[in-house]
Design a protein around this ligand. Sequence first.
Ligand code: G1P
Length: 273
Amino acid sequence: MLKKCLFPAAGYGTRFLPATKAMPKEMLPIVNKPLIQYGVEEAIEAGITEVGFVSGRGKRAIEDHFDISYELEHQIAGSDKECLLSDIRDVIDQCTFSYTRQLEMKGLGHAILTGETLVGNEPFGVILADDFCANSDSGVFKQMVELFTEYQCSIVAIEEVPADQTDKYGIVEGKEIQEGLFKVSNMIEKPAPEFAPTNLAIIGRYILTPDIFSIIRTLNPGANGEIQITDAICEQAKNRMVLAYKFKGRRFDCGSLEGYVGATNYVYDEYHR
Ligand code: G1P
């Protein structure tokens, strides 16, 4: 059973300045719900009951969001606005929230290692809320948990990206063992198109076995001078099975303005029109 999921949330969100000057980027709304709440709801749908945030300075609004606001609840009790808080109340009822701070921005691998104290020695999920994933049927993380139940190994979500965009992603190479499921043989973080072995890009959904922590500890800085989780998973794939899964659904890169607007239009069309 996978109970725990980490949400790295320490980044600055500079692409969204000035909106993110005093507000965490994870709290940017997609229509009327903060981006991070979609990610947490996706985790809960997959059976996660313990959410861990690897946060940083200036991120306190996230803690307040996943907490009860007595004054607000009291204000709107009995009014027609009460239903607007029902989703977040359900989220709060269904899991616990823990926080730890990443003191320096040394990359995603370092952020995940910082979360070790919240995870301990068991398999866990990682969701990058910036990658907003939508699927009308079962959520992307739930699809991965179902695979984990069967294979009990680390799994990354992947999708095909245009060949000229490999330098934005971790790129996976492997053997397709069943439709859409690859046994990973190699991974490269942000290769230039001429060095990318495939166009299969890692998307911000991971399930990791806990041996990943000791691997991260041995890593030297990789692409962009950062400790890369891609390098750790690649190392793991040398000794045991790691899977890459072409998920069913759509992904919007909400770290970019285009993706953010795309996600907003999608959610509005699907749920609010
Ligand atoms: C991170 C990972 C990368 C992955 C991407 C997905 O990169 O390092 O391997 O493809 O998330 O969004 P970042 O977007 O933080 O640069």
